[in-house]
Ligand binder design. Structure first.
Ligand code: HEM
Length: 400
């Protein structure tokens, strides 16, 4: 099972020193480099990586128009290489997005009830966000006629691997045992569906999506890994992004924007769930004044790009109203940039805006951060633990 709670940044928490908070460390380096030389967007870190935060250099790396970096896809990366060809990757991404989009359209009316049932009057975050998304998109992950024990397995994967800090909550031997069993169960289901493949037909869930994109001859183990990337993306990344919006709304009640899209964009700016991307230079070249070679590891830090003082006014403040006017979009990439831009960006934003819109319109929200809680920095950037309290503005706590 993949160790990362997000599909987008596998291994991205690794490049900086794990003994300290990697986010604090890259931030401190950025501040000290800037202090010495003015705003500098590309530097060699103490850990040896080349950090890239200048928006133009970031675009050159992520856009890769001139073959700056070796072609790769984090999402489709598996233990033995990269699933391919690229056309199949693109097809799988599109089919997944369409499946989710159709589901969101058909089930939008359920969001209000879901909020009332799952979040009111009190909920514990960030898990509450992940579990709400799981509940809403359950059938996208596994259609209703899939074996019941597989459903239990998928929910256990969420509990044991997707939720923030999940790995710390279970001892290593039990994790290993569970991992083997879960992978076996998913592989069996993939094989059953590959055997039944009979020409193109509309996917019922994300297993159908990966099986349809891979075809009958694809290695089922690779298809299972891609399915897990989707599970981490849908339940993990989207749930964390919802958590950041809720936390910021609850801690800045005076700043909550009339337009939910401003809140969502601003939350993704301040706390991009996918905060670090790794790339390898394709040749010796100069990048923002730093010489790099194919032996270097480039790390693009969207967290710092989004707080770059040369591009953002009051960069560290929650100001959703900034989104009322044009912003420098070269310095904004919560869903990546270039050929590997997130296939699920539009559906993610749509779901987040719907939820944030309902929360700010129909509920009074307050949040209490847990003592000593801090952002949970791993491959994905998850919110600190907090309790949210929801009541109706008419004073009735909980349900309508
Ligand atoms: C808050 C939620 C999400 C965030 C922050 C996010 C972020 C990202 C980022 C930054 C990338 C590019 C990674 C890179 O260039 O190395 C990416 C790729 C991708 N994402 Fe997401 N994502 C989210 C949700 C989703 C969802 C719900 C789906 C489901 C369709 C999805 C599917 C994909 C796919 C298929 C790719 C690979 C694109 C390619 O290589 O062609 N993502 N995501």
């Amino acid at each position: 099972m993949k160790s990362s709670p997000t599909h987008a940044v596998r291994g991205a928490g690794r490049p900086l020193d794990r003994r300290t908070d990697p986010l604090a460390r890259i931030r401190a380096e950025f501040d000290s480099v800037n202090g010495l030389n003015g705003v500098n967007g590309v530097w060699r870190s103490a850990g040896g990586e080349v950090c890239v935060v200048d928006p133009e250099a970031v675009r050159a790396v992520m856009g890769n128009r001139h073959g700056t970096v070796a072609e790769t896809s984090d999402f489709f990366h598996h233990r033995h290489g990269v699933f391919g060809p690229r056309s199949a990757q693109v097809e799988i991404g599109r089919a997944a997005r369409d499946l989710i989009r159709n589901h969101l359209s058909a089930h939008r009316h359920e969001l209000d009830r879901l909020i009332a049932e799952r979040l009111a009057p009190h909920s514990e975050w960030p898990d509450a966000g992940n579990l709400l998304v799981l509940s809403h998109l359950r059938e996208v992950l596994l259609h209703r006629d899939a074996p019941a024990d597989l459903r239990t397995t998928v929910e256990a994967i969420v509990a044991r691997a997707v939720l923030a800090g999940a790995r710390r909550r279970h001892p290593a031997p039990s994790r290993l045992l569970f991992r083997r069993r879960a992978l076996r169960a998913l592989r069996r289901e993939v094989q059953v569906r590959q055997d039944r493949l009979d020409g193109p037909c509309a996917p019922r869930d994300l297993i159908d999506v990966v099986v349809g994109g891979g075809g009958p001859a694809a290695d089922p183990r690779e298809l299972v890994e891609i399915y897990l990337s989707f599970l981490f993306a849908v339940v993990g990344s989207v749930g964390f992004a919802l958590g950041w919006s809720v936390l910021l709304m609850g801690t800045h009640p005076d700043r909550v924007a009339a337009d939910p899209s401003w809140t969502v964009r601003e939350a993704l700016r301040l706390w991009p769930v996918a905060w670090l991307f790794a790339r390898t230079p394709s040749r010796v070249q100069e990048l923002g004044g730093t010489r790099v070679t194919p032996r270097d590891r480039l790390v693009v830090c969207s967290y710092l790009v989004h707080r770059h003082p040369g591009h953002w006014d009051r960069p560290d403040e929650f100001v959703p109203q900034r989104w009322a006017t044009a912003v420098p979009d070269a310095a904004y990439l919560p869903f990546g940039h270039g050929p590997h831009t997130c296939a699920g960006a539009t559906v993610t934003v749509r779901l987040l805006e719907d939820l944030v819109g309902l929360l700010s319109r129909d509920w009074r929200l307050s949040v209490t951060p847990h003592d000593g809680a801090a952002p949970q920095v791993g491959p994905a950037l998850a919110p600190p633990r907090f309790t949210a309290t929801l009541s109706r503005p008419d004073g009735c706590p909980g349900r309508r």
